[in-house]
Design a protein around this ligand. Structure first.
Ligand code: ARG
Length: 462
């Protein structure tokens, strides 16, 4: 039934399924850089003549100029970026181009190129996260004293400051940056010179190519080097963790921007309107950041599943390593930029936040704590007495500090008028001055430390 097209079919299908040029052309800068390092080493080691090495290096520069100007041509017959570059090099400089691939395989070549690409992406991600931290610290500084309800189970729990809440995300991003830095340190070894899988008989100098490409050292095992994609997975895991944090922050903005909350007004530049409901202003950017986290985590899962069960050394499955990494990288970069803008350009409605903190009996714990410290009542009993006070306030539809002293003393005779000082939301946050607590003085200490770390050369990554 399909025999009619079979004669032609397989080779066309083979060309298409085999081609990675549609996506791995993104590696062209790394491919040229690695080839230039390799050919310089071949010349220095007299594996090829200095003249040939120079001709090839100049030719590679010309190919790079063409790519930069016209883009990388996509010819499926040339399969990937490595063969595309070598074929164009041969057109430009003739048969001497064939000497470039001495003592090298596409297996160590692609492992090297991809590491360089991921390393560059880690550096760009770190810069983006540094900017996000700056935005968080600036808003936290402006709102170190702004009171809002703190939640557990999304139920009003205790008053906190908005500055404290935002600095919680600063901490998450600090850990994210440290994960990327960690991944960078671990991956920074050069696979070049591992050749196809077993190394090479040519007298190559792996330290020279490693140094030229900014790696810390050559990899130690050629089989591992050509089949290892841990660096890409490390990147994707760090990216997943970051995307997850950005998604949580995005979710906060989505909730806070909803009418029943009304805690924040998002910048118009990061919102959209509705084509049918004129009153609507939708937090689409935040929702997409939340959505993108699923795709980034999906990319990490995709590569893990691709790699599991592959025997040593290279298998063609590994060509599928790039699309998930490329996709995750561009989604993450956009997400970081969107959240940086959202944090920097949102207007927080602090009156409304304060009001919400007062309405939810958020200072009930303060009443219980007061009974413990001022009336020497065991905490469990104080908790019970406080429960009765909250119940009464709820019945009357008033805040805790709106109950009269008569009403409070009727619940427990040991309560006196000094309790009112403890029941305000200001007193509540000021009291939580333990290290890392929400008291404005503590939050300001953390903000100052964060600013110092961010301003230090390269910013904080520890
Ligand atoms: N395009 C290939 C990849 O991305 C390059 C390595 C090909 N090696 C091979 N032995 N076929 O993985």
């Amino acid at each position: 039934m399909w025999g009619g097209r079979f004669a032609e079919g397989p080779s066309a299908i083979m060309r298409e399924i085999n081609a990675s040029i549609p996506f791995d052309k993104a590696l062209w800068r790394q491919d040229i850089a690695a080839s230039k390092a390799h050919v310089a080493m071949l010349g220095a080691q007299s594996i090829i003549t200095d003249g040939d090495a120079q001709t090839i290096a100049d030719g590679l520069d010309r190919v790079a100029e063409e790519y930069a100007r016209d883009g990388v041509p996509e010819d499926w017959d040339l399969e990937d970026i490595h063969m595309t570059t070598e074929s164009r090099l041969a057109e430009l400089i003739g048969p001497v181009a064939g000497r470039l691939h001495t003592a090298r395989s596409r297996n160590d070549q692609v492992a090297t190129d991809f590491r360089l690409w991921v390393r560059e992406m880690i550096d760009q991600t770190d810069a983006g996260l540094h900017a996000l931290q700056h935005a968080l610290v600036n808003q936290a500084d402006a709102h170190a004293d702004s009171i809002m309800p703190g939640f557990t189970h999304l139920q009003t729990a205790q008053p906190v400051t908005l500055g404290h809440h935002l600095m919680a995300y600063y901490e998450m991003i600090r850990r994210d940056r440290s994960r990327f830095a960690d991944a960078r340190t671990r991956m920074n070894e050069s696979p070049l010179g591992s050749a196809a899988l077993a190394g090479t008989g040519f007298p190559i100098d792996r330290d020279a190519t490693s140094d030229a490409l900014g790696f810390d050292r050559p990899t130690r095992n050629s089989l591992d080097a050509v089949s290892d994609r841990d660096f890409a997975l490390d990147y994707l895991m760090a990216a997943s963790q970051t995307a997850l944090h950005l998604s949580r922050l995005a979710e906060e903005f989505i909730i806070w921007a909803s009418q029943p909350f009304g805690f924040v007004r998002m910048a118009d530049s990061l919102s959209t309107g509705s084509s049918i409901m004129p009153q609507k202003k939708n937090p689409d950017a935040a929702e997409l950041v939340r959505g993108h986290a699923g795709r980034v985590i999906g990319a990490a899962t995709a590569l893990m599943v691709t790699m599991k069960g592959l025997p040593l050394a290279y298998s063609k499955d590994m060509q599928d390593d790039k699309p998930p990494v490329f996709e995750a990288a561009s989604l993450l970069a956009l997400s970081i930029a969107a959240m940086t803008g959202m944090v920097a350009d949102s207007t927080f409605k602090t009156d409304r936040m304060r009001q919400a903190a007062e309405l939810g009996y958020a200072t009930a714990t303060d009443l219980a704590d007061w009974l413990v410290t001022e009336a020497d009542i065991p905490f469990r009993e104080a908790h019970h007495i406080t429960g009765a006070a909250v119940k009464l306030a709820e019945q009357k539809g008033v805040a805790l500090d709106e109950l009269s002293l008569e009403e409070l003393t009727a619940i427990d005779g040991r309560i006196d008028e000094r309790v009112y000082a403890a029941l305000s939301v200001e007193a509540s946050v000021a009291a939580r001055a333990s290290y890392g607590g929400t008291a404005p003085e503590q939050v300001k200490l953390q903000i100052a430390a964060a600013r110092k770390a961010l301003d230090a050369a390269g910013g904080e990554t520890e």
